[in-house]
Design a binder for this molecule. Structure first.
Ligand code: ZN
Ligand code: ZN
Length: 229
């Protein structure tokens, strides 16, 4: 699998927008894309939106509002000319949840974000301007730049910024995971689950923005961040 750079994903979105965005809204659509062009969270959402227009109607994302955020997962409302659509977004993908009124509010998601009952949530989201605009994730100092976990939260497993609790090295590149599982390579889901269990027992090191935020010598797309420790 090849991973597209943000710049490539932006090009793809621009192409999709030609078919999705009414001509008179194109300037606005591009402005929003430019504002978020280095934020993988927003890019994943926009790419999901413009690939599968929720109602099959030409439409434009005008604003992104952050409803909730936890451990690298973002619940975001994309406000458009027709409606507001909810997405569950991580650095890996964006999942369309529905437009709130017909609610695809599965309990698992509500519980994860501690949103209360469906009714509570619907009440809260009647006025989306109560929620602040989504800050481009890379500009948010509180977030891990690789997996978007917040200060004090666990990283998404596989995040290159996560510090190994056994050796203090980089968890994705040190050898501890092989030693812990007594294997010379990891085979798949089962090994990953076993590793996650061992990590939980040992105690994972949460993201600490003051200590772990990588320092980029040059600003560029697609570079793997490296921890400073
Ligand atoms: Zn991370
Ligand atoms: Zn290690």
């Amino acid at each position: 699998m090849t991973i597209k750079t943000l710049a490539q994903q932006k090009e793809d979105i621009l192409l999709l927008m030609k078919y999705a965005v009414p001509a008179e809204q194109m300037v606005e659509a591009r402005q929003l894309l430019n504002r978020y062009q280095t934020d993988i969270i927003a890019i994943n959402l926009l790419s999901a939106f413009y690939s599968y227009l929720p109602e099959g109607l030409d439409d434009t994302v005008r604003e992104l509002r952050l409803l909730a955020r936890r451990q690298g997962a973002f619940l975001i409302a994309a406000i458009t000319y027709h409606s507001a659509y909810f997405y569950l977004v991580t650095v890996n993908k964006a999942e369309f949840l529905g437009d709130g009124k017909d609610g695809v509010w599965d309990k698992e998601i509500r519980d994860f974000f501690e949103l209360g009952s469906r009714e509570d949530f619907l009440k809260k989201t009647t006025n989306l301007t109560n929620f602040s605009e989504h800050t481009p994730a890379h500009q948010d100092e509180q977030l891990c730049p690789a997996c978007a976990a917040a200060d004090g939260e666990k990283h998404v497993l596989g995040c290159p910024v996560e510090v190994c609790p056994w050796c203090d090295g980089q968890l994705t590149s040190c050898h501890c995971r092989f030693e812990q599982l007594d294997r010379d390579h990891l085979l798949g889901e089962r090994e990953l689950a076993a590793l996650e269990e061992k990590l939980a027992k040992k105690g994972r090191i949460p993201y600490d923005s003051a200590k772990h935020r990588p320092v980029y010598p040059t600003a560029g797309d697609g570079d793997e961040p490296t921890p400073t420790t």
